[in-house]
Design a protein around this ligand. Sequence first.
Ligand SMILES: NC(=O)c1ccc[n+]([C@@H]2O[C@H](COP(=O)([O-])OP(=O)(O)OC[C@H]3O[C@@H](n4cnc5c(N)ncnc54)[C@H](O)[C@@H]3O)[C@@H](O)[C@H]2O)c1
Length: 385
Amino acid sequence: MKVFNIGIIGFGGFGKFLFNAWNQLDNIQVTAIADINPEAVSGIENIQYFSDWKELIRLESIDLVAIVTEPHTHKEISKACMLAGKHVLIEKPLAISSKDAEEIIHTRDQTGVVAAIDFIMRFNPLIQAIQALTQDGAFGKLRRVAVENYAQDEQLLPDHWFWQKDRSGGILIEHAVHFIDLVHFISPSKYKMVNGLKHNRNAFQEDQIMANVLYENGLIATHYHSFARPGFFETTDIKLSFDIADIQLHGWIPLTADVKVLVNGKSNEMLLSNPLFECIKTESIDTLTDESRPKGWGINGQENSKDKHIVKSSGVSYEVVEMITGRFSIGASKQEVYANCVKLSLLDVLQKVSDPSHSLMAGLESGLDSLKIAELATVSARSNA
Ligand SMILES: NC(=O)c1ccc[n+]([C@@H]2O[C@H](COP(=O)([O-])OP(=O)(O)OC[C@H]3O[C@@H](n4cnc5c(N)ncnc54)[C@H](O)[C@@H]3O)[C@@H](O)[C@H]2O)c1
């Protein structure tokens, strides 16, 4: 078994999380760390430490470098790594502008190394289950995604790089790209129109921002992100409205999702055979009542003449037999799922290194696509202010 030598550049909060998770893998050893702050590596043993990342990438033994520094540094560091012949796993956002992201992609093409973005949501088994069932048509077309994210800012002091637009790009670029990419993963389509709205707490803290996106396939997504409330109210809810299903994901590392779906024999089987799915209630379409209109509304008898097994959504007809209420759940803690996602993300890149025919789960193009939308919405939001 080949053991890959990994270097990490940027050893703050997330760099340490990656280090701890990756250390549990058999075919990985993190052998070098670079961080401008020497205190970042205190207590870490058997590691080559550099205050200057340029020295780390000179090490011949390093196969892959993880770039876990602030977003505005991703372009310079990732380009230099690739030019030094290192494979790279770049933290989101790929860069703070799509122009910089395109330069990174150009360098990957020039050097031929393997390069990916760390979109960990793509490795969450619950999201993978929903994506696969969507692709198989179990829920009908996805028409609407609403992301509502309330994060705390009590630990994001006003002088943190997160608030500085020239270092983070702003909330949509720094954070919302995860969720924009989630939409692209579940229901790929090109964007048609993007706009935004925002609120500034003061001259430098843009603490609430929203992106609205219309896609060519008709999907409308909204992404609302607030970094303003106490930790007690920290919540992330993602609602997916399909033609014949409603799915509500809970948490930014979703561990559960509530589902209500109209099924026929085939989709019923697809759903019930998914190991993460638990059926709570099944109701025959024959006995279900549509309560969208109160009794007595409309022409007498009209509802009786309708074939209940054919429902229409956005003008599309679906043959259905039952309504299923249920839940996807992973049955592991957030810590376990998150750590597993970062392990799978690294292993996916290394699989591509070993086998060039492997398709990356999160290639750099996915980083560029989500960044373009975040960037357009940010420009729109700031021009509307
Ligand atoms: N994929 C995810 O789930 C996820 C989660 C959290 C953070 N992130 C991303 O990871 C990156 C880092 O975030 P963080 O929360 O760890 O930030 P952080 O501020 O905690 O850590 C950044 C570290 O980089 C170091 N650093 C900065 N400039 C450097 C340079 N030029 N050379 C070497 N070291 C340098 C800092 O000293 C610090 O230790 C960001 O891009 C962030 O968006 C991704």
